[in-house]
Design a protein around this ligand. Structure first.
Ligand SMILES: Cc1ncc(COP(=O)(O)O)c(C=O)c1O
Length: 419
């Protein structure tokens, strides 16, 4: 789908303006290329671009993705580490060839993601699962470079099949909580994720190449620094014999203000002190603020407040809005009461709580109006569902030249085939 560049240039939407400004500071700091700048002049007109698009649609901006990838590549180079895409956050595989130009590969939560990463990106393929089943394990051995085990019982069960074929690691749990939301905290009490110091068996380490921990969620460098201190206090004496350490995900490296210098410094220090390779496997940071969900208003009802019913659903298309919970940002909208017209935006399912949030707009909303939700690339299309028979949003890319390329469209068969 092509759009008229003059029209685009005439209309200045601030949809991604804030991110662009703060990101350009970061990018400059990390030596970002001129190439990305020209991209932004088109991207700030996302509003116009998305008007050309049939809704609902997830649209990922290639230019904004590149901006994140430039930062991550810069970290890889300066720190001498390897960064992997955690596909659980973002699996829009039409963009994998591009992502693979910047970072070292993918990590997976099981066989299907591992296959996708191997087939569509290449580079290194890693996997961690709380437990592997016999049927999958043979295939994982053919696909993966690293396999990480969650317990000594899993390690004992599979080690003879795995050794010599893949690099094996153990996920450890340093029991160092740095966040308050238990649902995202692998260090919370009774966690099943990772081996604690109490369950650690140094006598079973023969054949183990690396340790892995994942404890963070949308966090800054300070949380990693704190975690590493506890991790090395507990397990440091065993690290010198290993080949690698994997610091997991949850590092919001591409968020404005992230202490990239601190991250690079601590990775270099770890590499030098312990003689290990360091891996990071962020998901969010790869596509943070790089995607949008374009929706349309279907109807307005009034039951003590004005409610706009959209052709998207929190429950189906942005489940983190209900799970975290949080209120996504919208292009051109503010919190309720700030602009002249306030609305509750809600989904088109039977769920009474299918509420996206309360907002205010300059103009009255009318059926047919477009609503552009921001930061919708991550944990959105990977988690969506067809509850109530809701149609799945199509998936597309906003190319650097301003075209929107829709790569996937869904229909009735996609709903039916899963049932
Ligand atoms: C083991 C592991 N690695 C990486 C990630 C990616 O985390 P994020 O998307 O927050 O960076 C997760 C997220 O749950 C995870 O469980």
């Amino acid at each position: 789908m092509e759009i008229n560049k003059n029209e685009v240039n005439d209309v200045i939407s601030n949809c991604v303006g804030m991110e662009m400004n703060s990101r350009s500071t970061l990018a400059a700091e990390s030596g970002a290329l001129q190439k990305s700048r020209s991209v932004y002049s088109i991207l700030k007109n996302i509003n116009v671009l998305s008007k050309c698009c049939k809704t609902p649609a997830y649209l990922t901006s290639e230019g904004l993705l590149i901006k994140n990838l430039e930062i991550l590549r810069d970290v890889e180079r300066r720190a001498g580490c390897k960064i992997l895409l955690a596909q659980k956050a973002f699996s829009q595989y039409s963009l994998y060839p591009l992502i693979g130009e910047y970072i070292s590969g993918t990590t997976a939560s099981g066989l299907y993601e591992a296959r996708l990463g191997r087939e569509k990106m290449g580079g290194e393929t890693h996997v961690f699962s709380p437990a592997y089943c016999d049927e999958d394990f043979g295939q994982l051995l053919k696909i993966c470079d690293h396999i990480v085990f969650n317990s000594f019982s899993q390690w004992e069960k599979f080690k003879d099949r795995a050794q010599g074929k893949v690099s094996c690691g153990l996920r450890l749990n340093p029991e160092c909580s740095t966040q308050s939301n238990d649902i995202y905290d692998p260090c919370s009490p009774f966690s099943r994720l990772g081996i604690t110091i109490k369950n650690f068996m140094p006598e079973l380490l023969a054949g183990v190449d690396g340790f892995h921990f994942h404890t963070l969620c949308e966090q800054g460098f300070d949380a990693l620094e704190k975690t590493l201190k506890v991790f090395f206090d507990k397990f440091g004496q065993y690290v010198g014999k290993l080949k690698w350490l994997n610091f997991g995900g949850g590092h919001h490296i591409t968020r404005p203000g992230y202490d990239i210098g601190g991250l690079i410094e601590i990775i270099i220090k770890t590499r030098k002190e312990y003689g290990v390779e360091v891996y990071l496997e962020p998901g969010e940071a790869i596509a943070l603020n790089a995607g949008f969900l374009a929706a349309s208003v279907l109807d307005i009802v009034d039951n003590g407040m004005k409610i706009a019913i959209l052709n998207v659903s929190a429950a189906c298309h942005m489940p983190d809005v209900l799970e975290v919970p949080y209120t996504p940002q919208i292009d051109g909208a503010e919190k309720p009461g700030i602009k002249q017209h306030s609305y509750r935006l809600a989904g088109n399912t039977c769920l009474a709580g299918d509420i996206i949030g309360d907002y205010s707009f300059d103009n009255e909303l009318l059926p047919g109006d477009k609503i552009i939700f921001k930061d919708m690339a991550i944990y959105s299309m990977v988690k969506n569902n067809t509850f109530n028979g809701m149609p799945l949003p199509s998936i597309g890319v906003i190319k650097c030249d301003g075209k929107i390329v829709v790569t996937k469209e869904f229909g009735y068969e996609d709903f039916k085939m899963r049932l």
